[in-house]
Design a protein around this ligand. Structure first.
Ligand code: SF4
Ligand code: SF4
Length: 309
C-alpha cells in the first residue's frame, strides 16, 4: 500500500493535492482513501492531507502514522513539532520539500537517514494571504514519484477535481501538475510501497482511573487566571437565568460546569451564584438543572423590577 502525507498551510491547496493524487491513483486502477485534516480553520494555519492507495480494499483508517512519501509545501513547517511533518518518518520515507535549499542540506539538518528531494518549481500563484498555491504541483510530483500513475491518469484527475474552476484555472493547474510530473521523471518509482500493518498482537492500552477534583476547585470560573474577565458578555443577554434557592439542591457542579462562560461560581457551602456581568444568557443552565431550579426571566423585565421607574 502507498501511504502519502501532504503538509502545508491553509490556502496552499493541500486538500486539492490529495484529491488530485487520490483521483489519479483511482484512474490508474487503485483503491483509494484521501482526506484532509485541519487544525485551526484559517488561512496560513498548518494543515495536512493524506492518501492511501492499494490494489486491494483498504481496511486501515485514520491518519497515516507511517508514511512512504511526505510532501511538504511550506518548509517553515518542518521544525514545528505541532505540524507533525516528521511524524513516523523513517529511512524508508521519501521527503519532498518545497525549498530553495538543496536535498543534501536537508538531509544534514534532519539526520533521519530519509532520502530528500526538493521541489524547485515556481508557485502556481499567490492567494490573498500571499501563500504560494502549489496543490497541483505537489500532486503532479507525488504522482511521478510513486511510479505507478500514468500521465494520462494525472490529466484526467486534474480535470475531475478542477474543471469546476473554469477553463483558465484548469489549464493553469494542469500545466503545473504536468511540469512537476515531468520534472521528476528520473525519480519515478522512488517511493517504496509500505508493508501491510498487522492488527494481530494488538495490546490495548492500560485503563487509568483518575479521581475527579471537587467542582468547588475544578469547575470553570470566569474570574480565574488567564480568562477574559474584562469582556462583560452579560451585555448580550435578553434572558436572565434566576436560581430558585428553595428548589436548588446544591448539587454543586451541573450548572457551574456546563455554563460555557464559567459564569456560575460555587460557593464554599455549595451554593451556585450567577455572575451577571459575564452570563451571556444562553440558558444552558436552565436546560440542564435537574430539579428545574433555574428560570429564564426576561432581561428587560428583570431590570425594570430592579430599578422601578
Ligand atoms: S444545577 Fe440546579 S440544582 Fe445543581 S447547583 Fe445548579 S441550580 Fe442548583
Ligand atoms: S445562561 Fe448561559 S452563560 Fe448564563 S449562567 Fe446560564 S449557562 Fe452560563
Amino acid at each position: 500500500m502507498f501511504r502519502i502525507r501532504f503538509h502545508g498551510r491553509g490556502g496552499q491547496g493541500i486538500k486539492t493535492a490529495s484529491q488530485i493524487l487520490g483521483s489519479a491513483f483511482f484512474r490508474s486502477g487503485f483503491e483509494v482513501q484521501d482526506a484532509p485534516r485541519y487544525g485551526a480553520e484559517r488561512r496560513g494555519a498548518p494543515i495536512f492531507a493524506y492518501v492511501r492507495a492499494d490494489r486491494s480494499p483498504i481496511h486501515e483508517r485514520g491518519v497515516i502514522l507511517r508514511p512512504d512519501l511526505v510532501v511538504v509545501a511550506d518548509e517553515s513547517l518542518v521544525p514545528i513539532p505541532a505540524a507533525g511533518v516528521l511524524q513516523g518518518v523513517t529511512s524508508n520515507t521519501l521527503l519532498l520539500v518545497n525549498s530553495p535549499q538543496t536535498p543534501e542540506l536537508w538531509q544534514q539538518r534532519l539526520k533521519l537517514g530519509a532520502p530528500v528531494l526538493c521541489l524547485p518549481v515556481e508557485s502556481e500563484g499567490e492567494d490573498r494571504a500571499g501563500l504560494p498555491h502549489i496543490g497541483a504541483t505537489c500532486a503532479g510530483a507525488a504522482a511521478r514519484l510513486v511510479g505507478v500513475v500514468a500521465r494520462e491518469s494525472l490529466v484526467q484527475a486534474v480535470e475531475d477535481e478542477l474543471a469546476k474552476l473554469g477553463a483558465d484555472e484548469l489549464e493553469f493547474n494542469l500545466d503545473h501538475a504536468l511540469a512537476a510530473f515531468d520534472a521528476f521523471s528520473r525519480h519515478a518509482g522512488r517511493v517504496q510501497e509500505g508493508a501491510a500493518i498487522e492488527a494481530g498482537g494488538y495490546a490495548r492500552p492500560e485503563w487509568i482511573d483518575l479521581e475527579p477534583d471537587a467542582a468547588l476547585f475544578a469547575a470553570p470560573d470566569v474570574e480565574g487566571a488567564a480568562t477574559s474577565e474584562g469582556a462583560k458578555t452579560g451585555l448580550w443577554r435578553t434572558l436572565r437565568p434566576v436560581i430558585d434557592y428553595e428548589r436548588c439542591n446544591r448539587c454543586s457542579w451541573i450548572c457551574s460546569t456546563l455554563c460555557p462562560d464559567g459564569a456560575i461560581r460555587v460557593e464554599a457551602d455549595h451554593t451556585p451564584r450567577v455572575d451577571y456581568d459575564h452570563c451571556k444568557g444562553c440558558m444552558v443552565c436552565v436546560a440542564v438543572c435537574p430539579p428545574h431550579a433555574i428560570a429564564a426571566v426576561s432581561e428587560a423585565g428583570a431590570r425594570a423590577e430592579e430599578s422601578p421607574a
